[in-house]
Design a protein around this ligand. Structure first.
Ligand code: TYD
Ligand code: MG
Length: 453
C-alpha cells in the first residue's frame, strides 16, 4: 500500500512544501506552516470526468438560463440572476447578514417553484426556523439540513437534486478522507473542490458562505477564489444599518455593480435609492461638507464628503482618511498647499465619507478638496451644490465619465447647482434645471465658492 506523505501547508495562503519553513515564500507570513498527511490516493469522487474536445461553434448554446433570485439588489450584483451550475462565494464579517441574505433568497426562489436546499454547519435546524420566522411567513418548500460531513451532504444533494444550494459555511464542512481539522486549508480546498464539482455536474446553482480573516479576506487558501465563479463581499458598518454587497469577481457579469440593503427587524430590505439613505444625516449649514455625485457600476449615488481641519500640536500633522484612499488625500492636500496657497502644514486633516461607504472613483476629488477648504476657512459649501471632477497634480480639474447621469441624480434629489470640469461640458445634453458652473482648475472652484482673497 502506498504510504501517506507528510506535507507542510501555509495556513494563510495554502502554499505547500516538503519541509517546515519559518516564513512562507509565497505570502511572506511568519510561522504559518503546519504538518499534515496527504492521502496517497485521492478519493474516487475527485477523479476527473472524461470529456471530448469540441469546436466552439459546435457547443450547444445555452438560452439565457439565469434565474432571478427575486431580490433585485442581489440580482444586480450577480449580473441578472443565478446561472445554473454557478458557484457563488459570499464573504463578510460575522453578523453582517450573510445567512439572512441567502435564507431570504432561498425563500423567494422556493416561492417561484424552485427546489432549494440550505445546508447549515453553524446553526441547528431550529435556530434557522427561528430566523425564518423573523423574516416573514414560513416558506413551505425550503429544505434545511444541519450537517457538517461532506460525504453526508453530498449524498443528500444527489438524493434531493436541488436547483439551488447553500452551504453555510464552507469552513465548517469536513471530509472524513482527510485527517486535518475542519476549517484547515487542506480541508477547505478539498471540500470546496468537491462541492464545486458536484454543482457543475448537476447544474446546481450554489452559494458558499465563507468566513473572513481579521484583514477582511476570505479565510483559507487564495485558490478558493479562483475555483468559484463569483466572489461577493457583504460589507457594512456595525454602527449603521445598511449593508453593501459588492462583487470582486464575476464570470457571468460585471464586477462594478453594488447592491445596497438595510438591515431591519424583519431582515434585509432592498434600498432602491441609496442617495437618499446616504444623505439622510446631512446638516445643511455646516462647513467641512461637500456632496459629490459618484457612480457605482451603472448607478449614480450621491455621497457626502466630510473634512475636519484642526490646528495640530504635533510636529508631523495627522492626515487620516476613512472611506477614501489615504494617499489620495495626502496628494490633494499637497495640491492645495502649492496651488491655492492654503496653509495646512500645521493642521491635522481628517477626511471621512459619511455613512461609512467606500469610494475609489477619481470624480470625487473635487468634493474632497472643497470639503477641506471649507473646513479650513470655516465657510460652507452652498447646501444646494454638488461638485464633481478629478483633480490633477497641477491643480487642473479633469473630465469625468457619465456626467449627464450624475447631474440627473443631483436634480432628482433637489440640488440646484453643480460645479463640473470644463471638458465635461460638451457631453452635457440635458441639464435637468441645474445651473452648471465649469471649473478648469481648483482655483476656479475656489473663486466660485469661497472668497479667499
Ligand atoms: P446573520 O445573517 O446571522 O449574519 P452572518 O451569517 O453574516 O454571521 O445576521 C445576524 C445579524 O443580523 C444579527 O446581528 C441580527 C441581525 N438581524 C436583524 O437585525 N434583523 C433580522 O431580521 C435578522 C434575521 C437578523
Ligand atoms: Mg451566519
Amino acid at each position: 500500500m502506498a504510504k501517506d506523505k507528510t506535507v507542510y501547508t501555509c495556513s494563510f495562503c495554502g502554499f505547500q512544501s516538503s519541509k517546515w519553513l519559518g516564513k512562507c515564500p509565497d505570502c511572506d507570513q511568519w510561522n504559518t506552516f503546519y504538518e499534515e498527511k496527504r492521502p496517497a490516493r485521492r478519493s474516487a469522487a475527485c477523479a476527473a470526468q472524461g470529456s471530448e474536445p469540441l469546436a466552439l461553434s459546435a457547443i450547444a448554446a445555452q438560452q439565457d438560463a439565469r434565474t432571478p433570485t427575486g431580490i433585485a439588489e442581489l440580482d444586480r450584483v450577480l449580473g441578472g440572476g443565478l446561472v445554473p451550475g454557478a458557484v457563488v462565494l459570499i464573504g463578510g464579517d460575522p453578523g453582517i447578514g450573510k445567512s439572512t441574505l441567502v435564507l431570504q433568497a432561498l425563500t423567494r426562489l422556493s416561492e417561484a417553484g424552485r427546489k432549494v436546499l440550505y445546508v447549515s454547519g453553524e446553526e441547528s435546524a431550529r435556530q434557522i426556523r427561528m430566523r425564518a420566522e423573523r423574516l416573514g411567513p414560513l416558506p413551505d418548500n425550503v429544505l434545511i439540513l444541519a450537517e457538517t460531513s461532506l460525504e453526508q451532504i453530498s449524498a443528500h444533494i444527489s438524493e434531493c437534486k436541488p436547483d439551488m444550494l447553500v452551504i453555510d459555511s464552507v469552513q465548517t464542512v469536513y471530509s472524513a478522507d482527510l485527517e486535518s481539522a475542519p476549517g484547515s486549508v487542506s480541508q477547505l480546498r478539498e471540500v470546496s473542490a468537491r462541492i464545486i464539482q458536484q454543482a457543475k455536474q448537476t447544474d446546481t446553482a450554489t452559494f458558499l458562505i465563507g468566513h473572513v480573516t481579521k484583514d477582511g479576506a476570505i479565510a483559507g487558501p487564495r485558490v478558493l477564489e479562483h475555483m468559484v465563479d463569483t466572489v461577493l463581499y457583504f460589507e457594512g458598518d456595525r454602527g449603521h444599518s445598511y449593508r453593501i454587497l459588492r462583487a470582486v469577481k464575476n464570470r457571468f457579469g460585471s464586477t462594478d455593480e453594488i447592491g445596497v440593503f438595510e438591515m431591519s427587524a424583519a431582515g434585509l430590505v432592498e434600498v432602491a435609492s441609496p442617495s437618499e439613505l446616504f444623505l439622510s444625516g446631512r446638516r445643511n449649514q455646516t462647513p467641512g461638507s461637500a456632496v459629490v455625485p459618484s457612480i457605482e457600476g451603472t448607478r449614480p449615488i450621491l455621497i457626502e464628503i466630510q473634512a475636519l481641519v484642526a490646528p495640530t500640536p504635533l510636529a508631523m500633522p495627522r492626515r487620516t482618511a476613512i472611506g477614501i484612499d489615504q494617499n489620495k488625500t495626502s496628494l490633494l492636500i499637497a495640491v492645495l498647499e502649492k496651488k491655492i496657497g492654503l496653509k495646512l502644514f500645521n493642521q491635522d486633516v481628517f477626511v471621512n465619507v459619511a455613512g461609512g461607504v467606500r469610494v475609489n472613483e477619481p470624480a470625487v476629488d473635487l468634493g474632497i478638496v472643497a470639503a477641506i477648504i471649507s473646513s479650513r476657512l470655516d465657510q460652507q459649501v452652498p447646501p444646494d451644490m454638488v461638485l464633481c471632477g478629478e483633480v490633477g497634480l497641477t491643480g487642473e480639474v479633469r473630465a469625468v465619465s457619465q456626467i449627464a447621469t450624475r447631474i440627473n441624480e443631483a436634480a432628482r434629489l433637489g440640488f440646484k447647482r453643480c460645479i463640473l470640469p470644463e471638458n465635461s461640458k460638451k457631453n452635457m445634453t440635458d441639464r435637468h434645471g441645474i445651473e452648471c458652473i465649469c471649473a478648469g482648475s481648483v482655483q476656479d472652484m475656489v473663486d466660485c465658492i469661497f472668497k479667499l482673497r
